[in-house]
Design a binder for this molecule. Sequence first.
Ligand code: PXP
Length: 249
Amino acid sequence: MAETAHLRLGINIDHVATLRNARGGVDPDPMRAALLAQNAGADGITLHLREDRRHIRDADLDAVMEAVQIPVNLEMAATEEMRTIALAHRPHAVCLVPERREERTTEGGLNVAGDDNRLRDYITPLREAGARVSLFIAPDEAQVEAAARVGAPVIELHVGAYAEYCAEGNDAARDAELRRLFACAALGKELGLEVHAGHGLNFVNVGPIAAIPELVELNIGHFLVGEAVFVGLEAAIREMRRQMNLARL
Ligand code: PXP
């Protein structure tokens, strides 16, 4: 039977910033989304400060850190610039992700197994500053073992491939990926790691992931920002109608 401990939900607000930046200006404000997520019972706010600042910007990080009381998880590439920013802001958690400029989103996991020494040195000051350092990795046992070796206390399993197989209706590939995720979550826990998961989760595919007993946190963003259009657009239009009517009283 699945463990019934609370599975934390981290809300990734990056794509509120994507929408804002598409138009320029200040709307919609990612900080407002972070506060709304907090009010809705989110356990944490996740935001990815990319090197190209394509969605979240430095000022968003400042504003979110200032505004929310729940833990902030800063996703970033393992670069000197980002480490300096993380050390200055001291978020609760830092999740290291691979980053390529041309990608539309974080496409793969970190190659921890091929970069042990550098990552060990890289995360040491972050850990000493009190950040929960997490490594975003594909569900591959060699990567889980490498994450434990470099001294990261947390791993986040990349469930993007699983989400894609679900969307394609490729049941055999989905089930195989799910088996890898179960095995890696169990191995992570056995090695003393806290195990998170994220990427591409939605209402349809989240169930089997949320049932993996060793997981303690899911980070979800893009789908929720899209879904918010459908659950929120009607109310926004009604409010606009009301404001226009008020002006004509
Ligand atoms: N976790 C990590 C490490 C990510 O890079 C992302 C995407 O930015 C997410 C979770 C959230 O993925 P999605 O926006 O597809 O829900």
